[in-house]
Design a protein around this ligand. Structure first.
Ligand SMILES: [Zn+2]
Ligand SMILES: [Zn+2]
Length: 209
């Protein structure tokens, strides 16, 4: 059985998610944020092996924890990003804009494509390319758990900023309408910041759409 554990980490209160398979003891992390020590503590305490690091988009607060994980964990793991956010990643993911400092982290080892399927035990995640907040933003949809990890695409009664580099209000509206609002209404949306919501709640009550 695959289980999700949510962590709220760092000064921008990012949601980092650990998805783990109880049988194989393999784990994935979605968006390792700033101040990531609790993620490593959790993996070690339960003797999980980190197999994949999935990044929803190339903003620094969503992958800042990567060097720390590489330093602390002994087994290697892959880092997944959509290619349209590679340039953003390589320019520091906006860290310079927010902090006036750049950020040097290793490059992703695997590139995500729309419709790709990733398997953790018997659980499958489907990659949905959902641009708008950034050109390479993706959502990881898990049909069997009825969850979708949507990064900064859509929040509880909100949507992601589109005024940053590569952002597009038209694209974010299209992504949400075509890729998120077409999912079953009971699907829980797990965003990059703030509380979880559901597809149905946002179809009915999101003021931006
Ligand atoms: Zn972002
Ligand atoms: Zn963010």
């Amino acid at each position: 059985m695959t289980i999700n554990q949510t962590f709220v980490l760092g000064p921008i209160e990012n949601n980092s998610y650990v998805l783990y398979d109880e049988n194989s003891r393999q784990a994935w992390i979605i968006d390792p944020a700033m101040e990531p020590a609790p993620l490593v503590d959790f993996l070690e305490k339960h003797q999980f092996t980190l197999e994949k690091l999935l990044i929803t988009h190339g903003h620094f607060d969503h992958y800042y924890g990567l060097p720390y994980l590489q330093k602390m964990l002994t087994t290697p793991f892959d880092v997944y990003l959509h290619p349209e956010d590679l340039a953003l990643w390589q320019s520091g993911g906006g860290a310079r804009h927010f902090w006036g400092q750049s950020l040097e982290v290793p490059k992703p080892t695997k590139l995500l494509t729309d419709g790709a399927r990733l398997s953790l035990g018997e659980t499958e995640l489907i990659v949905l390319h959902t641009p708008g907040h950034s050109p390479g933003s993706v959502t990881f949809y898990c049909p069997s758990m009825a969850t979708a990890y949507c990064g900064d695409l859509i929040f509880f009664h909100g949507i992601g900023r589109t005024d940053l580099d590569g952002g597009s209000f038209t694209d974010i509206q299209t992504s949400i309408q075509q890729k998120i609002f077409t999912l079953p209404e009971n699907v829980t949306l797990l965003p990059g910041h703030g509380p979880a919501t559901t597809v149905g709640e946002e179809i009915n009550n999101n003021p931006y759409l």
